[in-house]
Write a protein that binds this ligand. Structure first.
Ligand code: NAI
Ligand SMILES: O=C(O)/C=C/C=C(\O)C(=O)O
Length: 485
């Protein structure tokens, strides 16, 4: 199929690719080269209105389409993603700056897995029943909500866009979706794939644009009854302030400042390899990255020495090169934010153990946005560096003596998304898992994903859970029917 990328991307509304009604576009920059990639629609309320009308019409049929037919169509989308994985991976890398090998290995396979997982899931998502002995029987229907909004960020563009859309569609809803304006291309290509897969017109509408304009128009629209959002805590707060008084269902997956707790008895090699990944995968731009490494005092010096040696080997360079372990930071604005955070760490008294500077890989990437993987020590738990999400290739090292101290350091955060624990002592791991304030705990692993498990955070990391039945419950309304016997 034709997955060429035009200079002007288009919205996908009512089954057609169309320009924004205002005719306004924004520049979309390739972060590895700093040059123009294409133009993205700067859509507004009237585009959202058109999409909502299309979705309203489509819902009449889609909500009555059998689960088996929805399964077949959604599976065709998954197969087309797999069949076009190379083009999609290239587009993702050019748009986001992540290494091509990572797009191929993680982002695009996960996008098709999301569709396949929820297509299959809906075939098993049954109504529940409750008997009241000989008095009555209750059965609980799970009905599609209607029109729902899905808004996703730039760090894992197609991976997170589809993580929302797939369960929403499988559950029988029609969707108005907005990808990040910073990485719109894979969502644009998904529009073409949905046409090819035979998704009925208006079932999925993809509207491009800024958060404050197109995004807020989705949040404010009275016909959109549920919102699934992944992104910054700041945007999540704003969205909640608009949507909550309208009594919309909300699922908010927000930021993290995740602790990675290392005990001396752990499987050292595995911990080292995985800690490099959990610190710097995707240039540290994953909400689950372990940005605060908390190490048992007895092994602190050994950890510091070996970790720095390995970090220095991480080659930062052209995302198209197989040798590059680290690609570009997603945008100039984000590059500047990370650079400022490193300066703040220095002002707070932190010592930069390695990294800390911009990188110029030269050649076609001479004007791109690259930062060295950076390791900082000497900062306490309360400083800005250890409390604010940096969302880049920057980690801090802190040490602990006792288990209680490790727990206090780990929990010293307004975020509570995930935490990683490294120990061979399963009893200690279980005790820590009980005490840590986070929604997702990894023991002796990181980002080992089972799509059936509840995914989401405590505290300022969000509200609600995604994944498995949680997602299908979120995208349906429960209706209980009680029949007296
Ligand atoms: N998954 C995560 O945890 C992510 C965290 N971030 C954090 O957020 C910081 C800022 O990055 P941004 O790109 O500005 O993220 P953002 O949270 O502003 O954007 C994420 C998505 O939300 C949309 N959006 C923004 N404001 C909105 C609003 N008021 N109503 C509806 N939609 C809205 C955006 O257009 C985009 O599609 C990053 O430096 C990072 O710290 C960013 C992306 C993902
Ligand atoms: O579902 C996953 O495997 C990962 C999700 C990651 C995010 O939500 C994020 O980085 O924002």
């Amino acid at each position: 199929m034709d997955l060429s990328i035009p200079l002007y991307l288009e919205n996908f509304i009512d089954g057609k690719l169309i320009p924004p009604r205002s005719g306004n576009y924004m520049e979309n920059i390739d972060p590895a080269t700093g040059s123009l990639f294409n133009y993205v629609p700067n859509s507004n309320e009237s585009d959202i209105e058109t999409a909502v009308e299309a979705a309203k019409n489509a819902f009449i049929q889609w909500s009555r389409t059998s689960a088996e037919d929805r399964f077949l169509i959604i599976n065709r989308i998954a197969a087309l993603i797999d069949g076009n994985a190379h083009e999609l991976a290239l587009a993702e890398t050019k748009d986001n700056g992540k290494p091509l090998w990572l797009s191929k290995k993680v982002d695009i396979p996960r996008a098709s897995a999301n569709f396949r997982f929820f297509a299959t899931g809906i075939m098993h998502f049954a109504a529940e029943s409750h008997m009241m002995e000989d008095k009555a029987i209750n059965y609980t229907l799970r009905q599609p909500i209607g029109i729902v909004g899905c808004i996703s960020p730039w760090n894992l563009p197609l991976y997170l866009f589809t993580w929302k859309i797939a369960p929403a569609l499988a559950a029988g809803n029609c969707v108005i979706a907005k990808p990040s304006e910073i990485t719109p291309v894979s969502a644009y290509l998904l529009s073409k794939i949905c046409i090819e897969a035979g998704l009925p017109n208006g079932v999925l509408n993809i509207v491009h644009g800024k958060g404050e304009e197109a995004g807020e128009a989705i949040i404010r629209h009275p016909a959109i009854k549920a919102i699934s959002f992944t992104g910054s805590t700041r945007a999540g707060q704003r969205i909640a302030s608009v949507a909550a008084p309208m009594f919309k269902k909300l699922s908010l997956e927000l930021g993290g400042k995740n602790p990675n707790i290392i005990f001396g008895d752990c499987n050292w090699d595995k911990m080292m390899r995985t800690t490099i990944q959990s610190s710097f995968s995707n240039q540290g731009q994953i909400c689950l990255c372990g940005s605060r490494i908390i190490i048992e005092e007895t092994v602190y010096d050994q950890f510091k020495k070996e970790f720095i040696e390995r970090v220095k080997l991480l080659r930062v360079g052209d995302p198209l090169s197989e040798d590059s372990k680290q690609g570009a930071i997603v945008s100039l604005q984000h590059f500047e934010k990370i650079s400022r955070a490193i300066e703040t760490a220095k002002k707070e008294g932190g010592t930069i153990l390695c990294g800390g500077k911009a990188v110029n890989p030269g050649g076609r990437c001479g004007k791109g946005f690259f930062i060295e993987p950076t390791v900082i020590e000497g900062l306490g738990p309360a400083c800005e560096t250890n409390t604010e999400e940096i969302f880049g290739p920057v980690v801090t090292l802190q040490k602990f003596k006792t288990r209680e101290e490790a727990i206090d350091l780990a929990n010293a955060s307004n975020y509570g998304l995930s935490a990683t624990i490294w120990t061979q002592d399963i009893s200690i791991a279980n005790k820590l898992a009980m005490e840590l304030n986070a929604g997702i705990l990894w023991v002796n692993c990181w980002l080992l994903r089972d799509l059936r498990t509840p995914f989401g955070g405590f505290k300022n990391s969000g509200v609600g859970r995604e994944g498995g039945w949680e997602a299908l419950r979120f995208f349906t309304d429960a209706k209980n029917v009680c029949i007296e016997i």
